[in-house]
Design a protein around this ligand. Structure first.
Ligand code: UDX
Length: 505
């Protein structure tokens, strides 16, 4: 927990760049009692903020911004001169090039603007995620700028954020750790200033080199991405052998060395952080002659999952999606955000349309749906989930918004031409969907429900067949339409074999 320490003077903070990271940082530091000035060069964004409009959706942020503006702890301006009053200046500008690569033009031009304006005793803190190769240059660039302006040196630190979209406010106010990376801090003044800023936090404050700080952020994201791709590979094994990934992961999670978080199988990870950091790590390391095959495989598995969604839809539709009308449920990369950056929905809708399907998308975030329509030529958008489902041959759950989890599935089935659901997030209840009459496929949980479409069963080699007494692949029956949810042993008891329920792509 974090609390403002009564009686302690507040720290004067400037935050340069009011995108996702910068605005959350500004509002949360103001909430902790500091005096914060947010600086933004985009005139549209600053006008929106001054007008009381939020530039993106993040639960709880609008309320925090409004409350702190009202008491005067948070102000916004377009004028970089405001930073000259600050004890701590955060830089939170973008470092993505928009094509899966890094760019440092924005941060370099931002440094040009602000470094000569920093007060002599201010600390410069980089909150943006930096490319690892830029770290060594950072203190040199800042030192040179100060020297050219005839000014004394300032401490330069990294303070990476570990916030998740959808819970960013809580992640900031109640962090699990605060990482301080020292790029240049001769007398320890910068670190002391940041410790004062974060004095109300009960989380451990970890001080390390700037390189270690950047790698600790990168390492966390690579590990999370690896867990998701691991779960997706494991789900494949479950489908192959008739297992249920929920049961399997549930049992694994009891081992404290493993845990259960970030092991949900499905169409894989999207967003601004995980996909970009995995692919950029592989590409940047390769440029310096360092192979990273594990991370390359994490990216490959992730992209494969998006294609699996198409395969599953095609499988349930009789081999092809051509001519089918598909309701795409959700477009944002996860619930509780309006962010479309590297959202799997874009790949999936584009590929379905290429294959000859009609895609009708719905998402509770109207503005995200409008941007989605501009990003995916040929996609149709619906103003309600019911309209998206009307006359659909199949539905594809892409984002597990609460509104989809709570749908009346009997009503949904009655609206559709064919009650087929591919759940890309393993988020729906198999029993509920099957009871409502759906043919239902997810990832690592087999195919269930009524389907007149023969589904390819796993290949069982003659050797395996001999050893287990299972039928060989050409003898394997099509999916059992009456299959019910349950563990493999329960299914055996009900007379349904694992092979009946298994799925291969
Ligand atoms: C991530 C990191 O979690 C965060 O620490 C970092 O600071 C920024 O990047 P974010 O991109 O907001 O946060 O989303 P996150 O909750 O990590 O989800 C990323 C993607 O992985 C989503 O598309 C989500 O649907 C997917 N995911 C997550 C899975 O497919 N399976 C899981 O088990 C968990």
């Amino acid at each position: 927990m974090c609390a403002f320490v009564k009686g302690e003077p507040s720290v004067r903070v400037s935050v340069v760049g009011l995108g996702y990271v910068g605005l959350v940082t500004s509002a949360c530091l103001a909430e902790q009692g500091h005096d914060v000035v947010g600086i933004e060069v985009s005139s549209a964004r600053i006008e929106a903020l001054l007008d009381g409009r939020m530039p993106f959706h993040e639960p709880g942020l609008a309320e925090l911004v409004q409350a702190n503006r009202e008491v005067g702890r948070l102000t916004f301006t377009a004028d970089p001169a405001a930073i000259s009053q600050a004890d701590v200046v955060f830089v939170a500008v973008g470092t993505h090039d928009g094509n899966g690569g890094w760019q440092t033009r924005t941060i370099q031009s931002c440094l040009n603007d602000i470094v000569p304006r920093l007060a002599d005793d201010a600390a410069l803190v980089i909150r943006s995620t930096l490319p690892p190769w830029f770290l060594a240059h950072l203190p040199i660039i800042v030192g040179r700028m100060r020297q050219e302006a005839g000014l004394g040196e300032v401490p330069v630190l990294l303070n990476p954020e570990f916030t998740k979209e959808g819970t960013a406010v809580q992640d900031f106010l109640e962090p699990e750790r605060v990482v301080l990376g020292i790029a240049h801090d001769v007398d320890g003044r910068g670190a002391a200033r940041l410790r004062r800023l974060y004095r109300g936090m009960s989380a451990p404050i970890l001080e390390m080199s700037a390189t270690d700080a950047a790698l600790s952020k990168l390492g966390a994201n690579l590990f999370l991405a690896t867990k998701i791709s691991f779960a997706n590979e494991l789900a494949q094994l479950c489908d192959q052998y008739g297992g249920n990934v929920d049961q399997v992961v549930g049992a694994m999670a009891y081992d404290h060395r493993i845990g259960g978080a970030f092991l949900r199988a499905g169409i894989g990870f999207g967003g601004s952080c995980l996909p970009h950091q995995v692919t950029m790590t592989v590409a940047t390391a390769a440029k310096s002659g360092l192979p990273t095959p594990l991370f390359a495989a994490v990216a490959e598995v992730n992209l494969r999952q998006r294609e699996r969604m198409i395969d599953r839809l095609a499988g349930l539709l009789g081999g092809s999606v051509a001519g089918a009308r598909i309701a795409l449920l959700g477009v944002t990369f996860k619930p509780d955000t309006d962010d479309l950056r590297d959202a799997p929905s874009i790949h999936i809708a584009t590929r379905l349309i290429e294959e000859g399907a009609t895609v009708v998308a719905f998402d509770p975030m109207t503005n995200a749906l409008e941007r989605f329509a501009a990003l995916v030529p040929g996609v149709r958008v619906a103003s309600s989930v019911e309209i998206a489902l009307d006359d659909a041959d199949a539905a594809a759950l892409v984002t597990e918004w609460g509104v989809f989890r709570q749908l009346d599935w009997v009503d949904a089935a009655s609206r559709m031409r064919r009650a087929i659901m591919v759940d890309g997030r393993n988020a729906l209840s198999v029993v509920e969907l099957v009871d409502a009459g759906f043919a239902y496929a997810s990832f690592g949980r087999g195919i269930r429900g009524q389907t007149d479409v023969p589904v390819t069963a796993p290949l069982v080699t003659a050797v395996e067949a001999e050893a287990t007494g299972a039928p060989t692949s050409h003898e394997t029956p099509a999916i059992d339409a009456s299959a019910t949810e349950g563990s493999p042993s329960e299914r055996h008891r009900s007379g349904t074999s694992d092979l009946d329920l298994a799925l291969t792509d």
